[in-house]
Design a protein around this ligand. Structure first.
Ligand SMILES: [Zn+2]
Length: 294
């Protein structure tokens, strides 16, 4: 999306997406929360998960490995995408309409690679870069309604911060706060009474939230088994990487794949245990800030 305006390289692009992660993945996790094995994401089965993403790629880039692990274990993964991402191209022949179609197809392909059917994707369809100019009361009502419909066991969204506010670039900022504001509205039937009166949708309290793009992650998941799937899914967003960013030409996906692999391998690699670093004690991880009953 608008990210492309000042970023020319593949590597800088991903660096921008992860800029909010202040703590390098190679370091041990500070403030890690102790969680019983049965409650860890890795062991979830049969749960309903909602993932809120500002653009069709923030989900894959930030938590593609987690998405694949959740899908593999029979959890229902629902993705809600705030914008249509129709402005992130430097190709002067590109139009907003065409780019929106390309971005939709790329997201569907990425989700397919991660084991999530396109029927599980909800597009809210707001204009790329303009989410902050949407009617907030209407937008909150839309998100609140979806939460009441799906009644998730957990949600994932960009980190709005806790006792502090976390800075994000445009669209991410609005998405971070809007998702959380919508939880609160979903708890109380009088916020949007028509949901109950017209559709029979009862209020719902979100029990658990995981925030990605977090400056203060406290939860880590080993995605080593799904790392390759994450890279393939990320590479499906070919329009967001050079050479297609400047001139849409999705012919050489291997080059995109290789570039993403190198970048993510450096960013998400963690060495575990003590002693000499070997292939056996290296894992790939994704990190979140976990919040109970947000
Ligand atoms: Zn984004």
């Amino acid at each position: 999306m608008v990210r492309a305006a000042h970023i020319a390289t593949l590597f800088a692009l991903i660096a921008c997406a992860q800029a909010a992660v202040a703590q390098p993945y190679g370091m041990p996790l500070k403030n890690e929360v102790e969680i019983a094995d049965v409650d860890r994401i890795e062991n979830w089965t049969g749960k309903t998960i909602m993932i809120f993403t500002p653009h069709p790629d923030d989900d894959t880039f930030s938590m593609g490995g987690t998405m694949a692990r959740l899908a593999e274990k029979g959890n229902k993964v629902i993705i809600v995408i705030y914008t249509n991402d129709n402005k992130g191209s430097k190709d002067l022949t590109m139009t907003r309409e065409r780019l929106a179609q390309i971005r939709r197809a790329e997201e569907e392909e990425a989700c397919k690679i991660l084991g999530i059917p396109k029927e599980n994707i909800t597009w809210l369809g707001y204009e790329d870069g303009d989410l902050e100019y949407a009617d907030p009361q209407r937008l909150r009502g839309e998100v609140c309604r979806l939460i009441k419909i799906h009644r998730p066991d957990a949600i994932f969204s960009p980190d709005p911060g806790d006792t502090w506010e976390q800075w994000h670039k445009t669209d991410h900022r609005m998405a971070a706060f809007m998702t959380k504001d919508s939880f609160i509205a979903a708890e109380w039937h009088l916020y949007y009474p028509q949901h109950l009166l017209d559709e029979g949708l009862k209020p719902f309290s979100v029990p658990l939230a995981f925030y990605y793009y977090s400056a203060e992650p406290n939860y880590e998941i080993d995605i080593t088994s799904k790392f390759e799937a994450k890279i393939k899914a990320s590479a499906a967003h070919v329009s967001q990487f050079e050479p297609s960013l400047s001139k849409y030409s999705p012919e050489n996906p291997k080059a995109v794949y290789d570039g993403i692999y190198k970048n993510f391998a450096a960013k998400s690699l963690k060495t575990t245990g003590k002693g000499k670093s070997t292939a056996k004690n290296k894992v790939y991880v994704e990190r979140f800030r976990r919040e109970v009953a947000p």
